[in-house]
Structures are given as C-alpha cells and as structure tokens.
Design a protein around this ligand. Sequence first.
Ligand code: GLA
Length: 539
Amino acid sequence: MPDFGLRSNHDNKPYKTALRIVICLETVRTFLLSLFFLPSLFSADVTGKWVAEMNLPNGDKREQVYFLKQDGSTLTGGMRTQFGDEPFTDGAINGDELSFVMVNGDRRMTYKGKLEGDQLKITLQPPPGMGPGGPPPGGAGGGFRGMREMVAKRVSNDPSFTPPPPLPPPNLPELKALADNKLARTPPMGWNSWNLFARRIDDKTVREMADALVSSGMRDAGYVYLNIDDTWQGKRDANGVLQPNEKFPDMKALADYVHSKGLKIGIYSSPGPRTCAGFEGSYAHEEIDARTWAAWGFDYLKYDWCSAPRVYKPEQMRAAYQKMGEALRATGRPIIYSLCQYGQQNVGTWGALVGGNLWRTTGDIRDQWASMERIGFDQQTGLEKNAGPGRWNDPDMLEIGNGHMTTAEYQTHMSLWSMLASPLLAGNDVRNMTPEIKAILMNKEVIAVDQDKLGHQAAPVWKEGKLEVWARPLADGSRAVALFNRGDAPAKITARWSDAGVKGPAAVRDLWAHKDLGKFKDEFTAEVPSHGTVMLKVK
Ligand code: GLA
C-alpha cells in the first residue's frame, strides 16, 4: 500500500496539515459559491418609479413610466399608458427578472423586465396572433409593430401613482339604420395633418396649409377638407365642454379662417375615453362634443376607436359608432362622418347604417412601398361591394410627397387609390411641393376617375405574378383600366378588353401621359416600369 505520508509512527503532523488545507479549500469554495448565489438571494429591490424614453417610428419621443412595488416575489404597481396611469396584473419577480400584464379590453400585453446594474431593460411581448410578422386587424398602426426594448432608469423610490377616476358605465342606443346624410356623393378629398405632423400640428400650421391649399391649386383640384387629426384637445371645462389645448387658441376663429379660403374643416376624436395619442376622447360626452364642433363650424369628424376597448365590448362597437352618428345628426350641421376602427368586424357592412360616410379598412399606412402595396393591392379586394356614393372604403391617407417612395411608386399610390374610389386625403407638406408631386396629386384626369359619379370601386380583372390589370366602369360609359407592375423589373402588361369588360375596338387615352393613343381592337399592351402604373380611359 503506498504511503501518502498520512501515517506516522511518531506524530500525525502531515495528516493535520492536509486536513487544514482541505478545510481551508472548503471555506474558500463555500465563500466563492455564496458570492455566486448572493445576487439572487438578496436581489436588488426594484421598488420605485422608472422612466424609459421611447423613439417612435415618426421621430417623436415618448416617455414610458413604470410604477413598481416589490414584495418578495410579488410585484404590484402600474404603468403610464397613453390612456393614463393604470394598474397592471400578474406581476412577478424572480431574481433579476420580472414580468407583468397590461389589459386593454380583450387584449393582454405582457411586459418582461431584466435588471442590469441600475437599468431595467423592458420588452413588450406580442399578444397571441399579433407577432411582428403580420399586420393584425384592429389596433391603431395595425396594432403591434414588433418587439421594442425600453431601457428604464429609476427616478424615485416612490412607486405610488393615481389611476384615472372611474368612468360611467356605457350608455348605448338600440341598433338601427340611420338615413343617408346625403354627404360625400364622391369620395372626400382634402388634407389631413397626421402623416406629416403627427403631434406637431397647431393653429399656425393649419392656417399655412389653408393658404397653401389655395395657392398651390390643390383646392381647385378638389382637395377641400382641411382635417386636423389627433392632439388638438385640451381639458373639459366645468360644464363638460371640451376645450382645445394651447396649440389651438381659438377653434371658431380657425374654422372661420379656413372657411374664408373656400375650404372646409375637419376634426378628430375617439369613442373611448382617450384618443390614440392619449388626449381627451368623447366617451360619455358624445352629444356635447358634437354640439361643440358644430358650434365651432366643423364639417368633418374622424372618429378613432383606439381606447374604446377599455369601456366597450367588441360587440358594442357598432352601437358606439351609432351614438356619435346620432349626435352629429342632432346638431343639424352637415358633418361628414369618418369611422376609424381599422376595418374590424366587417365595418363596410354596417358603417353606412351608423351614419358613416367612410370607414378605414386597415391599420395605419406608412410612407413605404411595402405598406402602401399591402394596403392598396392586397387588403381592399372583396370590399368593393360595400362602397358607393355616400359610403366609401378608406384605405388611409395619402403618403404622396412625404419622401420615402419613388415618383413611380407615388404615381401607383395615386392611381390605385383613384381606381379604388378612395378618399383622397393628402398627407404631405402642401406649402412646399416639387413639380413632380404637384403633377401626381393634381392629375385632373386621374382625380376624375376617383371622383366618378358612379362610385364604382375597382377590383383586379387579371393577375399574373406581380403584374395586375384592374378596371372600373365610369359614368360616361367608358372604363378606367390600370396596368400595375408590382415587380422589381420593367414588364410588358396586356389588358384584354374581354377581362376589362370593354367591347372593342376601343379608343384609349393615357391618363398619366395625357395623350390619346388611338383605337385598339381586342387588347392594349404597354411596358410598365417597376412599381409603376399605366392608367387608361377606354371607350
Ligand atoms: C390612429 C389612426 C391614425 C391617426 C392616429 C392619431 O393611429 O389610425 O390615422 O389618426 O391614430 O393618434
């Protein structure tokens, strides 16, 4: 047996030394291990008010505020949403990771956080069916726009917050069919502040836009509604009358100014307690708000669902829209009523019955080919039966001139919206337009197709890969025919008269070249640039 030096006939010194070394190593090991587990045993308390700054896609910044109170593994508290400070549910904390759920109607948004040093990194998990891949119906901006990571810093150790006061219960009318208000016999045309200005719209800019709509020729081309979108609202006075905020000192004077230019003026609100941008909505104040807008002289209302799921069940949506439809009628003023609920619940089948003249069919458009293409080509087909004089599908406002599409793509945007008999609400800076953009927005021949009295929304009559031919009948017996190339290379496209419902031989006019091209017996072929359009009037 080998001698390890532990045995001695005289004393056990080597044995004791070895034992001491073992004990020592063991102590070091225990110490190191305890260091490793220490953070989870005594993890930092997240209690306090945390603030993250968020960059929005439109360049705006928004503060995200979290109120967190930690008690062992339980987390309670709330979050500042655009609808006010609201409690969360299902709060949990495990080591340096936490999670909680914000509930909006039937939608649950899960937030997950991780403590890293003095920062809290928070990500929003998409609710089921709302992944970054596809645009869901329902939800401003098409709902969830992908995972965002917010980095929050603790600004105070006090987690307390004040939830908004409780709201009165919904008080909705019995469903019925409102009579046609006789407005919007052709799709509304005008300008809206949201695409370009978002929150930065104010009295001065609206007046400048009014001047520019006139001086640029836009008004005379048909763009008469000057619509103020979200962020004009202030607080309600003691009588419940909604006041504008400091950006809009005098709404009546502003409406008078816009009217003095031969234009009409539009405003924006929500059936919910808050608008999408978090301003005061019309919930429980529908009649008084409609009266206020009528007294100021407004001619158009966009009514945006947004926070309404906080107070209404999905099946109450139609009644909530009818309530404002009735309130607008009761004012006696002709006011175009624009529904904005992103196409939920087959709105085209009931939008007109609640008094609506137009209704959004999708989430928000962006100034990008992919967004415009998806909304215009893919998400409108099949809805054409719901459209007609006084009742229009609204694929959202125009992005023409906002700078992120090519001239060919903007021509396609204008052609497609006109084929669709869509509202034409410009969203660009009309104070400052290039000749190309003016030529697109003010192409009288294309506008005439949009504004055709028949009000017949086009649909594709032929498709092959990325090439499409669309057609619609016009009031004078002719047809508008559009050859669209959605592909990445120029392509020859043939429009066959048999597909387009034309009896040949037919005279063809090119609505972008402003040229008569002669008579064609059975079909017409053109080379169409990538993402471009050839638009014809065929008789
Ligand atoms: C929603 C609408 C937009 C715009 C904004 C304003 O996103 O769909 O068109 O009105 O709200 O907050």
